[in-house]
Design a binder for this molecule. Structure first.
Ligand SMILES: NC(=O)C1=CN([C@@H]2O[C@H](COP(=O)(O)OP(=O)(O)OC[C@H]3O[C@@H](n4cnc5c(N)ncnc54)[C@H](O)[C@@H]3O)[C@@H](O)[C@H]2O)C=CC1
Ligand SMILES: O=C(O)C(=O)Cc1ccc(O)cc1
Length: 288
């Protein structure tokens, strides 16, 4: 917002004096406040960026101090639980538009932000049908102004999709790093020294903030348990194929999963994937 000149004045609140001082030092905020109630007074837009389990307490604190005409949004990784936690505290005349940027890193705190974080990344919004269209349009303009691509979703669908593409994969990464840690014959230094890129990615993900991820799993419980159950079933089938030496099964399975990955790349949805000269822009002029 700061880099693209999208806000007149940016004020912030964080519990710790150190975080508030860092936010000022980095120029992220024009003013910082020790309480959330003071920070939201007179604001046009309030962005809640705390762990999902802390959303209710923050919403309860700020509710009475929100100005009429204000829009409240959030960036929580789970949507149904945040809506249940926040909506009861939103007063008449204030719009609540839940949101989730599909962008982040394993790092936390004000020093971990960077101006291009949302560039070309999805930012999902899950507004109630009765939301004021003008407030929604204004928020969309702000998010696209930061380079994000905006999509609207209903909250249960959001939580189901995220359980598949983000939450359960994080749990698998945590588990795999835990497995490596518990193997007495394999030292932690060997894990770090010899880890191929797949496992290296697992260790990066497993270094994410424990409070944030605890809250994600506690609040998106049903969807994650559903996907985890399906994952365990598939894993047992593969485990049996390995035990029985069923190479055809393994080969067919891996062929199908490779087709899914290639489909994602061909649809242009993975900007991290190497192009290998496939995209039209990389073809020489006049090429078919
Ligand atoms: N880190 C990531 O990659 C992404 C995070 N999110 C979501 O964004 C939200 C914030 O995450 P981050 O910015 O990564 O975390 P962060 O750790 O950088 O910031 C969270 C802030 O919340 C404060 N906080 C924690 N408990 C609190 C409480 N009870 N009352 C008041 N303040 C409290 C912390 O002191 C900290 O200043 C979470 O809901 C997370 O699910 C969404 C997309 C990506
Ligand atoms: O660091 C990564 O790989 C992430 O997956 C970041 C992330 C974490 C949580 C979200 O809700 C969205 C994005």
């Amino acid at each position: 917002m700061r880099a693209n000149g999208l806000a007149g004045q940016i004020v912030g609140h964080a519990k710790s004096a150190e975080t508030r001082a860092t936010a000022l030092e980095l120029g992220l905020c024009d003013h910082v406040y020790a309480t959330a109630a003071e920070a939201v007074a007179g604001a046009d837009l309030v962005v809640l960026a705390v762990p999902v389990g802390a959303m209710a307490a923050i919403a309860e604190e700020i509710g009475p101090h929100l100005a009429p005409g204000c829009t409240v949004t959030d960036v929580g990784s789970v949507k149904q639980a945040v809506i249940a936690a926040v909506a009861p505290y939103i007063p008449e005349g204030v719009q609540f538009i839940p949101g989730h940027p599909m962008a982040g890193t394993e790092y936390s705190g004000p020093r971990s932000g960077f101006a291009t974080l949302f560039q070309n990344r999805w930012w999902l919004l899950t507004p109630a049908p009765e939301v004021d269209p003008a407030a929604l349009a204004r928020l969309q303009l702000l998010l696209t102004g930061m380079g994000a691509k905006v999509n609207l979703m209903d909250p249960p669908h959001h939580d189901q999709v995220l359980a598949v593409v983000s939450h359960t994969p994080h749990l698998i990464a945590y588990t795999m790093v835990g497995v490596a840690d518990h193997l007495a014959q394999v030292s932690n230094s060997e894990v770090i020294e010899y880890s191929a890129s797949g496992f290296r990615d697992f260790t990066r993900i497993a270094a994410s903030d424990p409070t944030m991820w605890r809250d994600v799993f506690l609040t998106n419980k049903d969807a994650v348990l559903d996907i985890l159950g399906r994952f365990a079933e598939e894993l047992f089938v593969l485990q049996r194929a390995i035990r029985m030496g069923d190479g055809d099964h393994l080969h067919d399975y891996f062929t199908r999963t490779r087709a899914i990955r290639r489909g994602i790349i061909e649809a242009g949805q993975d900007t991290s994937a190497p192009d290998f000269g496939r995209s039209p822009a990389s073809k020489p002029a006049g090429a078919a």
